[in-house]
Design a protein around this ligand. Sequence first.
Ligand code: TRP
Length: 473
Amino acid sequence: MADIQNSSFCSCNPLELFEQVTAQGEKVRSLKAEKAPKDEIEAAVKLLLSLKLSYKTSTGQEYKAGSPPTDFTPVSNGPGDAQDEDFVDPWTVQTSNAKGVDYDKLIVRFGSSKIDKDLINRIERVTGQKPHHFLRRGIFFSHRDMHQILDAYENKKPFYLYTGRGPSSEALHVGHLIPFIFTKWLQEVFNVPLVIQLTDDEKYLWKDLTIEKAYQYTIENVKDIIACGFDVNKTFIFSDLDYLGSSPEFYKNIIKVQKHVTFNQVKGIFGFTDSDCIGKISFPAIQAAPSFCTSFPQIFNNRKDVQCLIPCAIDQDPYFRMTRDVAPRIGYAKPALMHSVFFPALQGAQTKMSASDPNSSIFLTDTPKQIKTKINKHAFSGGKDTVEEHRKYGGNCDVDVSYMYLTFFLEDDDKLEQIKQAYTSGALLTGELKKALIETLQPLIATHQQRRKQVTSEMVKEFMTPRKLAFDY
Ligand code: TRP
């Protein structure tokens, strides 16, 4: 359920109401157990019933112990889901559909808004720039409060960008670049500060990694991020393992979030269980904190009112639904969001890629030859089995991974459209389509590798030093 729907019914936050009902239920139980006086129990039951009623009016749902309001829960991933439902959370993406996740349905389930033509046109008007092809092609497809960011921008009110990466391996694949490429574009067209969080703490908690290894991955990943071309005067990159211990203001925001989110709530949102370590349970507060500008006093000069915009893949949304829910309760603006689709694995759009399977994707360290072999051997094809059939019936771009990759990386709209038509009609064969992708990716990755080579440890250090950026607050 979207936030807007809640507030129109009741001034009370559904989560607060949920907690009140839970607490009152416990009170009734203990009064009964203590064999308290009858009128006392009756009064407590009466209050419980009226709280339940308010809850129902506010959320449109019956109160169910242990299940917070659905606005706050992960996207119905639990048992009882219809078989054809997609599964999306920060750790798993699964769908049975070869075209990939049904993103329109996801928008409804997550309660976000579609990035529609109106919004794209408005971004173009406000910035005076042609919208990025990730916007034009629906790769960034969903948002929260983007109009608010644009209103603020038009009124010369500042905002900043926040994105991040969990450093789970040394080598990034091409899909990992998507949020960074887009964030860089946003930073350039809006000219705003950017903070990039590397959650090495998260990867230490979730994976079989030592702290040292996780930190080493951070440094290696930061080099790839810098190679995307960020401006050091406008960008602060930080490792949680480093920055948290050195920033009291950041820590204060973490504990503010921790105080206002219950175990029940994170269980509902992230599916934690009683046997998950407490590090995992409290981690979401650490990913939430950079959404508040006071976490970076060196950049924002202790201002409290600079709104945050987070470009991220849609699987990160649960963190930020939680963040948006607590924000007003701890005196901050809710961060706005722009969500991207997932980058498909070479084997097909049913799942996200895995950094641990070298054949599931193209890595930024691959040689031109590896790129060619992987695409020819592993890229799922929407083409027909024989040339004759293909010429007769044509290929299916909706499930063809090489075509999908081209929509991400081939910037030329006309060329892309030509390829689509030729492939669909059967004029273009699968081998030729793959060749177009190979020829697009080889130079792109070679350029990235060259730029990464030029990233020195001094540059890494500079990006990662807490400092004032080229903006006055
Ligand atoms: N949890 C993210 C991951 O595993 C990393 C991350 C932290 C992030 N903060 C973010 C991603 C903000 C997008 C936006 O990759």
